[in-house]
Design a protein around this ligand. Structure first.
Ligand SMILES: Nc1ncnc2c1ncn2[C@@H]1O[C@H](COP(=O)(O)OP(=O)(O)OP(=O)(O)O)[C@@H](O)[C@H]1O
Ligand SMILES: [Mg+2]
Length: 232
């Protein structure tokens, strides 16, 4: 039986926009087991990126708590949150944030170097992941020399390289063709099976979503279950 990894209780997120208050998340409850691959769907503007940022301590909820292994991550100091993100989290952003002046390889090595891993070992691990996302012959290229989809795959390798226990992925295959999207989803499943990684994956691709363990929909600020087509 899997353990609970994440537990969100009563999450509210309100943005103040001039004189208007916009409530994006409303009393949202959600949980994620360890080893679980969860797909989050929802229309544009429904709050999916907002939710991922809150789960990853990049933003604070207006109300409510997020427990990671029972710990209230928004109660951590800034330094402890940074350490938490480096040790436990991998982010795949909706718009990749690769560092322009570094090569693909150096971008992927970065989280390992920050975590204090020696450069020879960091290079070996980074190259292995770059191979897994199918870009072995692009390792020395700078982001500007890569296509949008290739950049996205390098950003995915970077998010996974320090073997996080939780990966938050915001439309990880948004820029990819269906063959590459399939292989990224295969890679996520492989990591779950081999390393027990848990994933929250925001996606608009319902067919790919249905290949994950559970699919939910974010509507009216809340998480709602969606019947999956697994095995059908
Ligand atoms: N900093 C902000 N200030 C004010 N409003 C914001 C801010 N960030 C997001 N919003 C609003 O919150 C809502 C949810 O935004 P969010 O980016 O979470 O949506 P999303 O579900 O990720 O959409 P998409 O599928 O287009 O990426 C939107 O209406 C957006 O305009
Ligand atoms: Mg978004």
């Amino acid at each position: 039986m899997s353990q609970q990894l994440l537990m969100c209780q009563g999450i509210n997120k309100t943005y103040i926009d001039g004189d208007n208050e916009v409530e994006v998340l409303t009393q949202l409850d959600m949980s994620l087991s360890s080893h679980e691959l969860l797909a989050v769907t929802g229309r544009s503007g429904s709050g999916k990126s907002t939710l991922l940022h809150i789960l990853g301590t990049l933003d604070n909820p207006t109300k409510g708590t997020v427990l990671f292994n029972g710990q209230d991550i928004h109660g951590f100091t800034g330094a402890k949150q940074a350490e938490f993100r480096n040790r436990h989290l991998g982010f795949i952003y909706q718009f990749h944030h690769l560092l322009a002046e570094f090569s693909a390889l150096e971008n992927v090595m970065m989280p390992l170097l920050i975590a204090g891993i020696g450069s020879a070992k960091a290079k070996q691990r980074a190259l292995a992941l770059i191979g897994q996302v199918g870009l072995k012959d692009r390792a020395q290229h700078k982001p500007s020399q890569l296509s949008g989809g290739e950049r996205q795959r390098i950003a995915i390798a970077r998010a996974l390289v320090n073997r996080p226990s939780l990966v938050l992925a915001d439309e990880p295959t948004g820029n990819l063709d269906s063959e590459n999207s399939q292989s990224i989803f295969d890679l996520l499943k492989e990591l779950r099976d081999e390393q027990g990684t848990s994933f929250v994956v925001v996606t608009h691709d319902l067919q790919l979503a249905s290949r994950l363990d559970r699919v939910v929909n974010l509507t009216a600020g809340k998480i709602n279950p969606v019947a999956t087509l697994i095995g059908v």
